[in-house]
Design a protein around this ligand. Sequence first.
Ligand code: GAR
Length: 201
Amino acid sequence: MNDKTRLAVLVSGSGSNLQAMIDAQIPNLEISLVISNNPKAYALERIEKYNIKSVVIDHKKYSNREDFEEEIIRTIEPYRINLIALAGFMRILSPYFVRPYKYRIMNIHPALLPSFPGINSVKQALEYGVKFTGCTVHFVDEGVDTGPIILQAVVPIYDKDTEETLLERVHNEEHKIYPEAIKLYSEGRLKISDRRVLISP
Ligand code: GAR
């Protein structure tokens, strides 16, 4: 019997990537839990109409990162989660959290890593003058946006682009590749060889 892949999604804001995961209706995947560090995240409103458990763990209520992360781990544990997806989760996770979940945490980043890691990546790409940017789904390691790359999509930058128009096209691609990466994971098709993530046919 194939058990379902149980997914926890960590959010901080709008949750459009979470929405894309829901809309993709990935067979054999259950979105078991959504955790937001921001009590006002629109992501929480989005999921009200679905039967998905959500929990707010407000980082401001913890005096240090380890206690905050400990609470996330404690919350996740009973759900027997196979995969954690960071979807606009704007807190950096320490090695304390990341190490036990090696190759079981994914993140989406709005640039073609290793270019423009960190924050404001779309603005950075526009200001730098690159002709192409895009988005990256990667496994999370102990660095910031440095983990093995699973999927990328390329977005051309046009002369008339503003941050808003470019961000919209980057988001459109994110909403395709993030569910696809999760689907590949749930199908057991991602194999890691050093830094490379190979996709089995
Ligand atoms: C996405 O564009 C994602 O790439 C970015 O936050 C946005 C969240 O949107 N993540 C990062 O910048 C992480 N460094 P969403 O809440 O609508 O999914």
